[in-house]
Ligand binder design. Structure first.
Ligand SMILES: Cc1ncc(C[n+]2csc(CCOP(=O)(O)OP(=O)(O)O)c2C)c(N)n1
Ligand SMILES: [Mg+2]
Length: 620
């Protein structure tokens, strides 16, 4: 076998360059390059290898956590068919990635992490940034990646990558296994040479399958659907990743089975499709939640059934309710004791459509769904046009952004009160038009993630909606967006702190404790002094963004139009009234309240909590 002498790091990059995926006959490179920050743990290894391979582009980030968000967002926008590798030094550079690694794994998005690691050779230990443990030399901070990775390995000899790299690829490209893959690369081994077999670097195409459902189980599903009076589809992220949205729209239209959407599944149906009930669960619409409560059959497609979807297991109250779960992952297909249709969503929907020929829900049910859809649209219009303040309401800001966004533009968000409000209010007109990271709901994802979305779809305008709290946690990727020439429209909502958790705190009797951005007051000793004087406009400007400050709805609309016409990242700052909230509709979320307290407000909240707990169900 012919060989080529390379350093381990050079072998890794050469291998990654030659990995492709194919689905439905369309082939593409799996990696779009490598993000990173160099330190002593990777500069002479992966850093040198990247320099030698300019066709595998190196991207510089400001923060290692951010680059993993960017990579995950890029993968999400690409329906998991393309992603980035991420390289770091050892120690803090590596562990900075742990948070976003968990986010990618939870959201089932492929990202390859290449953290540097301590010397395999050991003789110079402890090296700078090494974690020393008295009971083992076989542990480094990179072991923190084990629970948040779907594949984890440490390369202690240069030849180990020959078996590790294909395993990492298997996991990354598997629709059921995918998430973070971590290859810890000891700093000394990265630079060591080995005679690698040439075959390792030949072009390799990983086929993304569309497994078809088991015939017997599908037959049973058809039977269950034909026998149901009030079926409901819950569309999750799997519908979108499988590119099954057209198949779903067709099935919904022909059969009249209504569709409610999770955060990851929003956009499965256009907001104005007659069978669309909009958002499902805690942050859902009245139509979705009332019909879920009554449904005798729930057809979950590509959903993990998070507590936000199941309303902490209170959403489905019909004692006869059964579940059919169409999911590529057996793990999810078995949830709620459902009939497990382990299959690709699009393949299963096509077969279901054929099996359901002639079936339609009753006229009355169909009319009810359409009525819910119309009524909800009127409610959205009301919240878009409240004429509150100034400061205006967050619902009005969402309305203004939705109004300026073209159908194929993308809204990006992750944490705070915005995800719930967007889930309810955003009028989605394209399957990729709504990008929420709500598996991990990680503050700081927004701008970094928006960058990944823009890199995946430069032809679309990207609207990053971010709260002041999230912005202060991680805004620095504005710099990267300018460095790389990817323009973002950032809408920064300043409500002086954590409106979401503030509201939650009030609901559990704690009155918003610790959630406002205020100075410490000398007299009270509490954080209830003056509002903190953060100048967000100056902050964003200092990072290189074009900045516009809006005061009210007309100036916000003007600012958004100006932002759209800019060529560099533009930040629109708008103050909102934190207390003018979009209400909840027909749902509940389990956040346990203190069982004993000296505060009457907490005791009252606990009584209400205990009453609500009774609605939680086991689906067995
Ligand atoms: C990294 C991280 N830390 C803490 C939380 C808990 N958390 C959820 S929302 C939120 C407040 C977000 O504040 P802001 O971005 O201003 O949005 P707002 O709540 O005001 O809408 C916090 C602290 C989180 N989701 N992520
Ligand atoms: Mg806020």
């Amino acid at each position: 076998m012919s060989t080529v002498r390379l350093t381990m790091a050079q072998a890794v990059i050469r291998f990654l360059k030659n990995q492709f995926v194919a689905r439905d006959g369309i082939e593409q490179a799996f990696f779009a390059g490598c993000w990173g920050i160099f330190g002593h743990g990777n500069v002479a290894g992966i850093g040198q290898a990247l320099q030698e391979n300019p066709d595998f582009r190196y991207y510089q980030t400001r923060n290692e956590q951010a680059m993993v968000h960017t990579a995950a967002a890029f993968a999400k926008m690409n329906d998991r068919l393309q992603t980035f590798a991420c390289t770091t030094s050892i120690g803090p550079g590596a562990t900075n990635m742990v948070t976003a690694a968990a986010g990618a794994t939870i959201n089932r998005l492929p990202v390859l992490l290449l953290p540097g690691d301590i010397f395999a050779r050991r003789n110079v230990a402890p090296v700078l940034q090494q974690l020393e443990l008295p009971y083992s030399q076989d542990i480094s901070v990179n072991d923190c990646f084990k629970p948040v990775s779907r594949y984890w390995d440490r390369i202690n000899r240069a030849d180990q990558v020959i078996s590790a790299l294909p395993e990492a690829m298997r996991v990354l490209t598997s629709p059921t296994e995918t998430g973070t893959a971590t290859l810890s690369l000891p700093q000394d081994v990265q630079a060591e040479a080995f005679d690698y077999p040439e075959r390792l670097f030949e072009k390799r195409v990983w086929s993304i399958p569309r497994p078809r459902p088991d015939r017997n189980l599908l037959g049973k599903a058809v039977e269950w659907i034909r026998g149901s009076r009030a079926p409901l589809i819950i569309a999750g992220g799997g519908v979108i990743y499988s590119q099954a949205t057209e198949a779903l729209s067709r099935l919904a239209e022909v059969t009249g089975i209504p569709v409610a959407e999770t955060q990851a599944g929003k956009g499965s149906l256009r907001y104005d499709a007659s069978g669309s009930l909009g958002a499902m669960g805690v942050t859902g619409t009245p139509g979705a939640n009332i019909l879920a409560r009554e449904a005798d059959l729930i057809i979950g497609i590509g959903t993990r059934y998070s507590d936000f979807t199941s309303a902490s297991k209170t959403a489905f109250q019909n004692p006869d309710a059964r579940f059919i779960n169409i999911n590529i992952a057996e793990f999810d297909a078995h949830k709620h004791a459902g009939l497990p249709i382990v299959a690709d969503a699009r393949a299963a929907l096509e077969e279901l459509e054929a099996g359901l020929e002639g079936f339609t829900v009753g006229e009355e049910y169909r009319a009810r769904v359409e009525k819910f859809n119309r009524e909800w649209d009127a409610e959205v219009s009301r919240l878009y046009n409240l004429e509150h303040g100034p400061p205006i309401s967050q619902g009005e800001v969402i309305g203004a952004v939705n109004g300026i966004a073209a159908p194929r533009d993308v809204v990006v968000c992750a944490a705070g009160s915005l995800p719930g409000d967007l889930h309810k209010l955003w009028r989605t007109r394209d399957p990729k038009g709504y990008h929420l990271e709500y598996g991990y709901s990680c503050m700081g994802y927004e701008i970094a993630g928006g960058l990944g979305v823009k890199m995946a779809a430069p032809e679309r305008e990207v609207y990053v909606m971010v709260g002041d709290g999230s912005y202060l946690m991680m805004a620095q990727e504005i710099v990267t967006s300018i460095q790389e020439g990817y323009k973002l429209n950032v809408v920064l909502i300043d409500n002086h702190g954590f409106a979401s958790i503030g509201g939650l705190s009030e609901s559990i009797g704690s009155g918003g404790f610790g959630t406002r951005y205020r100075r410490r007051d000398e007299a009270s000793g509490q954080l209830d002094g003056e509002v903190l004087p953060v100048d967000f406009a100056a902050n964003a400007r200092s990072l290189g963004a074009h900045v516009i400050e809006a005061r009210d709805l007309p100036s916000l609309r003007e600012a958004l139009a100006e932002a759209r016409d800019q060529t560099r990242t533009t930040v629109v700052v708008i103050e909102t009234d934190r207390e003018e909230r979009v209400p909840g509709y027909e749902s509940w979320w389990d956040v346990p309240v203190a069982e004993v307290s000296e505060m009457e407000s907490v005791r009252a909240a606990r009584r209400a909590y205990e009453a609500a707990l009774g609605k939680e169900r086991h689906h067995l």
